[in-house]
Design a protein around this ligand. Structure first.
Ligand code: PGA
Length: 257
């Protein structure tokens, strides 16, 4: 982390978990465990149907609310979809875009990711753009070229000014939900690469100011070491974010100089 130049963000990704009726108790636990984390921005990215309860109760715990996806279309005949304008109207601040589960199961492509990123930024939402390689791609030595492509594709035709609102999350697919965390060095190496890509597209100042997160089996045990890395500005946390004690411990682990 480097709190002088950029924001530390600890974001939970509930995925398809947590009933709307469970949010209040979750928020109350978080409020007791971490009354107010001034050293980072804490975010919960919840299922769409949880957002209203999230905005109501998580706010009291000083936790911002994000969605896990949005449509690339502004509105219209797209049954089952949710637009960025709808999210913004609710008061949602962040939206995860291009999570590997969406790329894998729901046909998300680098092009649709780019469309969604641009739509989110137009509306003033902060996209949390996910990139990351599979185990096979890593084994074949393709990590660097893949990340380079994914980051550039996600930000294609995004101006420097707009890009300042974007957050990037490096999430190696082999580390998600597997308990197989990347080592702090591995994660930092890719995060540093992402920063160098931002630098070559938008310049040094933008690179220094961009929050680049790590995600993939981050938990209360490994968070401190991961977050101590200079280019890891926070985490995107799945499983461990569902348990207030664990998520709170991760928020607290980001309180380091
Ligand atoms: P995990 O998920 O922490 O359960 O590995 C992270 C993510 O998919 O964002």
């Amino acid at each position: 982390m480097n709190r002088k130049y950029r924001k530390t963000i600890i974001a939970g990704n509930f995925k398809m978990n947590m009933l709307p009726g469970e949010i209040r108790a979750y928020a109350e636990s978080m409020k007791t465990l971490v009354p107010r984390a001034r050293w980072c921005e804490t975010v919960i990215c919840a299922p769409f149907v949880d957002l209203t309860a999230g905005l109501k109760y998580l706010k009291e715990a000083h936790i911002s609310v994000g969605a896990q996806n949005m449509s690339e279309h502004p509105g219209g005949a797209y049954t089952g979809e949710v637009s960025g304008a709808m999210l913004r109207d609710l008061g949602v601040k962040y939206v995860i875009i291009g999570h590997s589960e969406r790329r894998q199961y729901f046909g998300e492509t680098d092009l649709s990711v780019n469309e969604k990123v641009r739509a989110a930024l137009e509306l003033g939402l902060h996209p949390i753009i996910c990139v990351g390689e599979s185990a096979k791609q890593r084994e074949l030595g393709l990590t660097e070229s893949l990340i380079n492509y994914q980051v550039r594709a996600a930000l294609a035709e995004v101006s420097g000014e707009q890009a300042r609102k974007a957050v990037i999350a490096y999430e190696p697919i082999w580390a998600i939900g597997t308990g197989n965390t990347a080592t702090a060095e591995q994660a930092n190496e890719v995060n540093r690469l992402i920063r160098s890509i931002i630098r070559s597209v938008y310049g040094a100042r933008a690179a220094r100011a961009t929050s680049i997160l790590y995600g993939g089996s981050m938990n209360e045990k490994n968070a401190y070491e991961l977050l101590a890395q200079p280019d890891i500005d926070g985490g995107l946390i799945g499983g461990a974010s569902l348990v207030p004690e664990k998520f709170a411990a991760i928020v607290n682990a980001s309180n380091q100089e």
